[in-house]
Design a protein around this ligand. Sequence first.
Ligand code: TXA
Ligand code: MG
Length: 348
Amino acid sequence: MARPLPPILRAPWSADAVDPSPPAAEAIDRAVEILKRGGLVAIPTETVYGLAADALDAEAVAGIFRAKGRPSTNPIIVHVADVAMAMSLAGQWPAAAEAIATRFWPGPVTVVVPRGPRIPDIVTAGGATVALRCPAHPLARRLIADSGLPLAAPSANRSEAVSPTTAHHVLESLGNRIDLILDGGPCAKGIESTVIDCTTSPPRILRPGPLSRAELERAVGGPVAWPEATEAEGPLRSPGQQARHYAPKTPLEMRADASDRVAALVGEGRRVGWLTSRTDDPDVRRLAASRDLLIVPMPADPESFATRLYATLHALDQRQLDCIVVDEPPDTETWRAVRDRLHRAATR
Ligand code: TXA
Ligand code: MG
């Protein structure tokens, strides 16, 4: 028998409030109950929505893999309330992890450290390390603190789909596969956390994200390495990271020659969505008259671009387009995380 759709509980929490509003407090209580009995709750974080379960309950975590259709080789990030909880789950707590957590938590960075004995195999995909993050969204933090549970939480989407940045994205992707959705509003950062391996010297970024390499280098007081190879070029150390990931259903291309490409596609009678920051460009204005073209103005700075990217892709996926074209962003460090996501979105 089909399960019903999960309730979406609105849980407003204004930025300056220390304690949750009454509806948010009630929603947190419901979520705690569900998590304690091994259920699945979608939660807001500052990066993307996560699909949470008790990280210490192997059966509950198995439910995450089933709901997402996630390969069992892909380990899951464990969300903690603070550094003390992180240390209680780690086998060792490297100096780089301490420096990064102290400087940036709660925040959009995940540290990979040696795993402690409390973490079930299924969380780490059998590996010797565990990924830990303290999220900045007040709802997520209060949920972890109130339940006392570390929460295993990958992004709350079906495997390989675009990560959710609103409660409705979660409902569309996971629907009746989960028990509850906490709606804490749209995510501020909009792309997944920076993942950094602190078991190597120097520490190495496994997934670029909202926190830049320069910021991480300042915190650790030394060099931080990039991934050994991009997904397109070869295997990454981050286990289970597939090249095709974060992809919309509509085929997507990242192009340096976007105007020419869009003109050609429209010329062939294709319906095209074009993500561009150059809305004043004469090329863009000329093409804008075409009925088969939807121009989506995007911010010109990387942080705002990231905040909007997934919501834009989710929206375009509803429009029956033949293809999405994105202006290639500059090949600079500040655009690295956005370029990484666009590369993956373009991989079929
Ligand atoms: O912002 C985020 O990180 C979001 C929110 C919900 O916190 N979570 C997220 O989870 O993006 P997920 O599962 O979609 O991505 C987790 C990434 C994967 O690339 C995985 O390979 C890597 O973290 N990862 C997890 N555990 C790891 C480990 N022990 N060693 C190396 N990489 C690991
Ligand atoms: Mg994901």
